[in-house]
Design a protein around this ligand. Sequence first.
Ligand code: DAH
Length: 360
Amino acid sequence: MTDFAKLEREILASIAAAKDEAALEAVRVAALGKSGSVSALLKTLGAMTPDERKVQGPAINGLKDRVGAAIAAAKDTLAAHALDAKLSSETVDVTLPVREPPTEAGRVHPISQVIDELTAIFADMGFAVAEGPDIETDDYNFTKLNFPEGHPAREMHDTFYFPPKADGSRLLLRTHTSPVQVRTMLGQKPPIRVICPGRTYRSDSDQTHTPMFHQVEGLVIDKGSHLGHLKWILQEFCKAFFEVDNVNMRFRPSFFPFTEPSLEVDIQCKRDKGEIRFGEGEDWLEILGCGMVHSNVLHNCGLDPDEYQGFAWGLGIDRIAMLKYGMNDLRAFFEADVRWLNHYGFRPLDFPTLAGGLSA
Ligand code: DAH
């Protein structure tokens, strides 16, 4: 005859000793499983006389119920312990600094930022963006722009030439963005209103010159375009770009083969302990060249100078970027120094708009 009390003590002791849910399950199978010790006792009920069963039945079933309840309670306790252990091993230190997401970590180069800014300003005035290749023909870079062969103005450009081809012609790295004027006039009918930002190249290197630099060309061709329009556009541009209410500009007579008359433009500024302010002061800074498009250029580009006239300008992007953002060595722009870029670069999601602010 089985000693129920002894069996129950043994099972309860194993339940108490079970360290995890797997060990507890083993105890359950050994007691209540198909061939478990308690299940074996239950099976003996069938062969008993009714009188025996009346006594043994409640005793065995009571044992089964108590063992079952003890296992269920132990299971809850083990699950709660397991959860506690998991939670304490997975704590998050909320005092740690938040890591920058990748979209925040990169920086937009000041040149790209300034190109975005001036594109936003001129787009607001109805200008489209035109582009041309960095490798140009001598014809587009010089001849069609009214630099005759052998003209001394060609020498002023310190041109990078490619080796001559069989026919003697030489490709070159464009020395200015003006050839995009030619491409635009040859490619579309007036009225024309475009800006052409891009890379330009000259063999020159010091604090304010690099062999590769950036310009933005502007071109307006229509029947009645005149210097008054040009002056207004440049004034509005400077106010918007430098984010000031007033800029004083000085237009000086100059010479470019592709414009007649030709002008250079200075803006009035004040330099004070490394800071620069526009619209006041005694200093004048040259920022661009401009003029009425020469009738020879119109003619070379298939337009009738008696019907159309227009104006153009060429502005140094690097120069105005240095002025606006207080950088004094142009060479640093192209040294790919991440520390410089972290300091002077712009956040990628702060896209400049006139409504939202250009440099905010
Ligand atoms: N292409 C000239 C340069 O690089 C700048 C320039 C002057 C462009 C006058 C123009 C202009 O369109 O009208 O020196």
